[in-house]
Ligand binder design. Structure first.
Ligand code: MG
Length: 369
């Protein structure tokens, strides 16, 4: 089997509400999505998506992704998409780094490989759990009252997991954490996501002031060096998200004991092939996993769900999905959707959902052998 054509689409995915991160530093209103169709000489077709969360969140952006695809396409055409490691190495040789540009190609290859084998991607990766995965909400509010309102809104849709965005104001952060913990229900999963919004001093103040609650803080500071420096000075569990990009990052976090949770975002780490290695480093070191789409349509959510299904139930905290935050629909309502706050693994072969090509407009690029 050979890849014969790569077709690239660009789609705007507007967010239902403007969304702030990192204590109000970063605002997002529309995501720049890239959809990639891989065609083969057998007639099998695979789809991938790469949707960075804006261009201010991490070093990744839509135009850069599409430029990366242009550079890598000649090296990918002609390869067998079922041999995902060959494709991965070809992309790494053609363009070192730029992992976010590689993830849609990797995703489309896994889609084709699953279809060729007649099984869902998660089963092709070794076996997917059918236990529905809780979807984590994104609570991007600022005040105590707004935070309660947003959590209540998600609870009404069945959500039992919440990523509460904090950072930027120490007193307000402490008050919001204490309030959310006071209204937290039995079985609810809550992560407090700082999105790098604290200095080391601010992080220490909040983490020490809430030590009695034993809550988990995600990405409290900008870098792994910051997180490592603070580690001996507080007792709070930590999740690393934005600073977990490469396999070397994962190895360092595990070896140096920097976190209890890996936040694995598929687009940021370069797709399923590379993410599976981070999963294994985490599991080998007793680290739980929170699997996330970086952003995007139901395709990106479904990719995250396949990886989450390969994590043992007890080690999988939740999946973060974007579908309830965007107003565009590119797959006619198909694919895994929110059912009582959970996503169910699709039983179709490959990814299990493809977009309606007619909703994507004209391709922005086509590369053929
Ligand atoms: Mg995060």
């Amino acid at each position: 089997m050979k890849i014969t054509r790569i077709t690239v689409y660009q789609v705007d995915l507007p967010l239902e509400h403007p969304y702030w991160l990192s204590g109000g530093r970063l605002k997002f209103e529309c995501l720049d999505a890239t959809l990639v169709k891989l065609e083969t000489d057998t007639g099998l077709t695979g789809w991938g998506e790469g949707t960075p969360w804006g261009h201010t969140y991490v070093p990744a952006h839509g135009p850069g992704l599409r430029a990366g695809l242009a550079t890598m396409a000649p090296f990918v055409l002609g390869l067998d998409p079922r041999r995902v490691l060959d494709v991965e190495r070809a992309m790494d040789l053609a363009l070192p780094g730029h992992l976010y540009a590689k993830s849609p190609i990797d995703m489309a290859c896994w889609d084709i490989a699953g279809q060729a084998a007649g099984v869902p991607i998660a089963d092709l990766m070794g076996g997917g759990s059918r236990t529905p995965r809780p979807i984590a909400s994104s609570v991007g509010a600022k005040t105590i009252e707004e935070t309660r309102d947003v959590i209540e809104r998600y609870r009404a849709r069945g959500y039992v997991a919440h990523s509460v965005k904090i950072g930027g104001n120490v007193a307000r952060d402490i008050a919001r954490i204490r309030d959310v913990e006071a209204i937290r229900r039995d079985g609810e999963i809550v992560l407090y996501d700082v999105n790098r919004g604290w200095s080391r001093a601010q992080a220490l103040q909040v983490m020490r002031a809430t030590e009695d609650l034993c809550v988990t803080f995600e990405q409290p500071c900008e870098t792994l060096d910051d997180i490592a420096a603070l580690r001996p000075l507080h007792a709070a569990p930590v999740s690393v998200d934005e600073s977990l990009v490469t396999l070397q990052d994962g190895a360092r976090i595990a070896r140096d004991g920097l976190a209890e949770v890996f936040g694995i975002k598929l687009n940021r780490v370069g797709g399923l092939t590379k993410a599976a290695r981070l999963r294994d480093i985490a599991l080998a070191h007793g680290i739980d996993i929170f699997v996330m789409a970086t952003g995007g349509s139901v395709l990106a959510d479904t990719e995250a769900l396949h990886l989450a299904a390969t994590v043992p139930d007890a080690a999988c905290r939740a999946v973060w999905a974007c579908q309830d935050m965007i107003t565009a629909e590119i797959a006619g309502g198909r694919g895994p959707r929110n059912i009582d706050g959970h996503l169910h693994l699709p039983e179709g072969s490959g990814l299990g959902v493809h977009p309606d090509e007619a909703t994507l407009g004209h391709p922005v690029a086509v590369y053929s052998a």
